[in-house]
Design a protein around this ligand. Structure first.
Ligand SMILES: Nc1ncnc2c1ncn2[C@@H]1O[C@H](COP(=O)(O)OP(=O)(O)OP(=O)(O)O)[C@@H](O)[C@H]1O
Ligand SMILES: [Mg+2]
Length: 296
């Protein structure tokens, strides 16, 4: 990859407004606490269910899902294909309406959270516009919100630095590697300085080496900003590498089978994957998945 290897190179750059240098634990109790629920949860769901109505028969995508995600958590959702991971992310983002149960996002309804731009969403495919440069892609949500030009430019500069793309603002997406395109889409998702970043298998299509770099970069970004992250993956190693907590889901209808805490130090290194603690957590995730017969 021609681009910067990790986000550590941007360690001296300013993080998003309102989050500068604030330790994660302090964010929960600090001014941002007002933006979380009364119980302090970034995302809280009770008995959440979703049934898709289709032409032939209803599809039970989620059933009785209870989750509590704390501010500053990095939570991975892992489970077999079709178990409802994307559906759960889309419910948090107000892109789908649950058919049962309740959910709050930063203490608000998902609809209010969406209007308040409380979250950013990163899709599996970067979905960048090929006729816009990287900076103009990242700027698009700010243009649509009619933010003044000088403010837009300052925000885009800051976000591109945060994802290690400072030198690539004037390139077109097709001039970037797949990993750099995903960095650009993460920068775009951060344009309104959200408190919550939702990511749906953002690195699923990348080769292993690029994925390792992006995992390191995302870990650095999470540490720098104090963001709450909800991350969907099929990879046990990626889930353990990135997360403070891993939620294992069952085959459809998606239920929560296990919640596994990962107490590795906040700063993750590739070498940690060889450690006994990493292997222990990975084995717990593997056992959780096996409970749902997900390897059938
Ligand atoms: N709009 C829809 N209408 C009907 N059924 C849907 C719709 N979206 C998803 N489904 C079904 O709901 C179930 C859960 O889908 P979802 O996309 O949430 O799974 P997933 O865990 O993200 O899978 P993958 O790992 O393959 O991305 C699947 O059976 C899927 O076919
Ligand atoms: Mg999916």
């Amino acid at each position: 990859m021609a681009g910067p290897m990790t986000l550590d190179t941007t360690g001296n750059k300013a993080p998003p407004a309102g989050q500068a240098g604030t330790p994660m634990a302090a964010r929960a109790a600090g001014p941002d606490a007002a933006r979380t629920g009364s119980d302090g949860a970034a995302v809280s769901a009770r008995r959440l269910s979703l049934v898709y109505q289709t032409a032939d028969q209803p599809v039970h995508a989620l059933q009785d899902v209870d989750i509590d995600i704390r501010p500053g958590d990095f939570v991975s959702l892992i489970g077999p294909s079709g178990c409802g991971k994307t559906t759960l992310l889309r419910v948090i983002a107000d892109l789908e309406q649950p058919t049962g149960g309740s959910i709050t996002v930063a203490g608000r309804t998902p609809d209010e959270a969406r209007r308040d731009r409380a979250y950013g969403y990163v899709f599996q495919a970067p979905a960048l516009m090929p006729w816009r440069t990287v900076e103009r892609n990242v700027m698009l949500p700010l243009e649509l919100a009619r933010r003044p030009k000088a403010e837009r430019q300052a925000i885009v500069r800051e976000k591109l630095a945060l994802v290690g793309l400072d030198g690539f603002a004037r390139k077109y997406p097709w001039q970037l590697s797949g990993g750099m395109q995903q960095r650009a889409s993460i920068a775009r998702a951060l344009s309104f300085a959200p408190e919550l970043l939702l990511m749906d298998e953002p690195f699923g299509a990348l080769d292993e080496i690029t994925r390792d770099h992006l995992n390191l970069a995302l870990n650095a970004l999470w540490r720098q900003t104090g963001l709450t992250c909800v991350f969907v993956t099929h990879s046990i190693a990626e889930a353990v590498f990135l997360s403070t907590r891993i939620i294992v889901m069952s085959p459809r209808p998606g239920k929560i089978l296990e919640e596994i805490t990962c107490d590795l130090p906040a700063e993750r290194t590739l070498e940690m994957r060889e450690s006994a603690e990493f292997q222990r957590v990975a084995a717990l995730v593997r056992a959780g998945l096996a409970k749902g017969h997900s390897y059938d």
